[in-house]
Ligand binder design. Sequence first.
Ligand code: PLP
Length: 384
Amino acid sequence: MIPYGKQEIIQEDIDTVVEVLKSDFLTQGPQVPLFEKAIADYVSAEHAIAVNSATSALHIACLVLGLGKGDWLWTSPITFVASANCGFYCGARVDFVDIDLESYNLCPMALEQKLAVAEREGRLPKILVAVHMAGQACDMQSIHRLSQRYGFSIIEDASHAIGGRYLNQSIGSCRYSDITVFSFHPVKIVTTAEGGVATTNNAGLAKKMCLYRSHGVTRDAEDMTEVPHGAWYYQQVALGFNYRMTDIQAALGVSQLKRINDFVKKRHMVASKYDQQLRSLPVVVPRRSSASYSAFHLYIIRLKLAEISLSHREVFEQLRQNNIGVNLHYIPLYKQPYYRAEGCSEDFPNAEKYYSEAISLPMFHHISDEQINTVVEALRKILL
Ligand SMILES: *Cc1c(COP(=O)(O)O)cnc(C)c1O
């Protein structure tokens, strides 16, 4: 089976991790701050807070932005469940904004219309999670303008997008958002096995996220409500979690990050090869926005079903039978039983159309030309 995504671990990555295993610190040592500095420098953000997953990063990002009971979090329905579950973790309610069918990102026009209605009804969102689907940036300028008008905070879920750019700035610079979140799960662009990072330019938010990732406990006397009892003293000032990244993971991250630009460049080369070879087939290939340089986490095609005798499901299953590890990113969140039970709205025509046509082809930077040919030839046989 050609997988839809795959990490690349080289000897240098292994050596770096082994060094940490032989050192004094497996966790809470020097590697996590090194990784955080490397990320902050790479994306040009003031602060980077490493945690054990993007899911944890989304959770503490919502908490420090004050999300709570009675609040609304809005996001795209076409994303992984973690983009919205963070709202439920905080006791908030979740609603969606339909996608546009060019970028598969949340549509700024649909957002504007929904905000106008929400304002009249007194249920404006506190947080909008802008997901950079497949690695291509959302229209952040429009979203940011609307946040100024309607007063919501913005979290960029850039789990797909490290190494990408928007209007010539790195994704993660938080030029148009409060916090950006990255994932380092092995299918993503660079990996720490499990892991995530939140970046921000707001020192207050950064400090609070550090607190929340480690039990809500501080050793800084300035942040305590009483004088320390002695040199041993620490104080719990909030209900935090153990969301820390280990030094082993951080070291792997530092090592992987050195190759990120090469990874993304190669992903673009893979995408161009697919584009060319798929030209004669009844499929829509990914559109590139001129404002964005995609990190190309995913290569998503849409089937032109009117020109194909098989159904979407049949094409997908036949690809799998041909050992092509295709996937579908994503099942619209409002179709999940958990979301149905929460009473989330379900009327999103573009998300529906997308879900009825989309297939993610295998995409990783070290996929071979032969593997690309195998994927395309399997598709050709099935579709024509
Ligand atoms: C992978 C992913 C996440 C979750 O990342 P983890 O690091 O596995 O917690 C969140 N959002 C999106 C869009 C993702 O693709």
